[in-house]
Ligand binder design. Structure first.
Ligand SMILES: Cc1cc2nc3c(=O)[nH]c(=O)nc-3n(C[C@H](O)[C@H](O)[C@H](O)COP(=O)(O)OP(=O)(O)OC[C@H]3O[C@@H](n4cnc5c(N)ncnc54)[C@H](O)[C@@H]3O)c2cc1C
Length: 399
């Protein structure tokens, strides 16, 4: 791929900056403290993006997306991170949306895609179960055909944001006789359907991102099955490759780097900014170089989108390992640099809800300790680092 300077890209960057200056509401900028914005902010921002024709920044034109090049998408992510824009719904944008674009029927697309563009419907992912995480194909949640409905029974776990989601994309076993992978199907379920119960799991950061999701005789129209019965594993492989590449989370890396630089400038020890200390500056420079390397890797992986070779598959795994480990190191360095400032007991979102919101720079660094703890999970979700290393060993090293 071509990494030479592209003047069109500078123009595009200006266009994104202008858009953010004009359309990003001041009260939304920088309000996110953590990996995802709150539901109302996220939905409002999605509507603003969509009104501007940018409702699906990562999708091809043929699917109603912006059709941006890999480099344009990167510029968009960089500028949104720098402006403190809310996140989008990654489950919709990067996981179920692409599956729908490639495998859904026209009726399914008509039902779900406009709601994704308009930010009217948030999604969650129902893959993992108490006995099926890394070994996902062992999943036991069943969907039995009964007339024109499937009846779903079982339990999912670690369902991020299920308590905020309108719909869930589920992996279910539709054929008990078939070989493990071949009996699995991909089903879309409205979270309001009777028999769906969501129970919170509070994580180490003291917050509610995670849930257990139970299905008790949940009747789901058979028309909600994406692909043919038994094709769920094929769709999952397609989806997981996108997930590995996107969990490197370049916007998060850029945001953490920006906060680190601000902290270096603003926090003083012995009457001098942290940045004046050579050990701080050197560590920051090393981390910045690594973030730049990840942004190049993101471009390489995105440019291999149409390449389904094992080597291309492994690139997503390399990106996932490097990106998530870097998120952890950046957030750890931030906490060390902020000292006691990183460890406020109340979270910015809670304070905002109580009308006690701190000023923007303070709100962004407060709760950094909580964020650092949560980022321990990045090397687990979306496939653990051990599993990614096995993929690399098999695909590239032929082990
Ligand atoms: C914060 C968070 C958010 C999540 N969000 C979601 C979500 O929204 N939806 C969803 O479906 N799931 C979600 N998950 C679940 C996640 O995908 C699983 O936790 C992950 O796949 C690991 O599965 P497990 O927890 O069952 O661990 P296990 O698979 O039991 O693994 C335990 C340990 O054994 C290691 N191990 C397992 N098998 C092997 C092997 N073959 N070789 C070497 N080492 C191995 C693992 O690397 C790990 O260290 C989330 C998890 C977390 C932590």
């Amino acid at each position: 791929m071509d990494f030479r300077h592209d003047s069109n890209l500078s123009e595009f960057r200006e266009e994104v900056r202008r858009f953010l200056k004009d359309r990003l509401p001041a009260e939304l900028a920088g309000r996110k403290s953590g990996s995802r914005s709150q539901r109302p902010d996220l939905m409002r921002w999605q509507r603003i993006l969509n009104e501007h024709g940018w409702g699906a920044p990562y999708w091809a034109k043929q699917h109603g997306g912006t059709g941006w090049t890999v480099q344009q998408r990167l510029v968009f992510d960089e500028e949104c991170a720098a402006a403190g824009a809310p996140t989008q719904d990654n489950f919709a944008q990067k996981l179920v949306g692409p599956v729908l674009n490639h495998f859904a029927t026209p009726e399914q697309k008509a039902e779900h895609l406009p709601a994704i563009f308009n930010g009217e419907r948030l999604w969650c992912q129902g893959f993992s179960e108490p006995g099926a995480g890394s070994d996902l194909a062992s999943l036991r949640t069943q969907a039995v055909l009964d007339g024109d409905h499937y009846v779903v029974d079982g339990q999912k776990i670690w369902t991020s944001y299920a308590h905020q989601a309108d719909w869930i994309f589920l992996l279910v076993r539709t054929d008990l006789e078939a070989k493990k992978q071949l009996g699995i199907s991909f089903l879309l379920v409205d979270m309001k359907t009777p028999g769906v119960t969501v129970r919170p799991i509070i994580s180490i950061d003291g917050r509610h991102h995670l849930n257990e999701t139970f299905f008790d005789k949940v009747r789901v129209p058979a028309g909600n099955l994406v692909g043919a019965p038994g094709e769920g594993w094929k769709l999952t492989k397609f989806l997981l490759n996108n997930e590995h590449a996107s969990t490197a989370d370049l916007p998060a890396l850029l945001r953490l780097l920006r906060l680190l630089k601000e902290t270096g400038r603003n926090r003083h020890v012995d009457n001098a900014p942290l940045l004046a200390r050579s050990e701080f500056a050197l560590r920051l420079a090393r981390l910045e170089a690594e973030v730049l390397a990840i942004s190049v890797l993101v471009q390489r992986v995105a440019a291999m989108e149409a390449d389904h070779s094992p080597a291309a598959h492994a690139m997503g795994s390399i990106l996932k390992i490097r990106g998530t480990e870097l998120q952890q190191r950046l957030s750890e360095f931030l906490v060390e640099s902020l000292g006691e400032q990183a460890a406020v007991s109340r979270l910015a979102e809670d304070e905002a809800a109580d009308g006690m919101q701190a000023s923007k720079p303070e709100a962004e660094v407060q709760a950094m300790a909580a964020e650092m703890f949560f980022r321990r999970a990045t090397t687990i979700y979306g496939g653990t680092s051990e599993i990614q290393r096995s993929i690399i060993a098999r695909s590239i090293l032929d082990l």
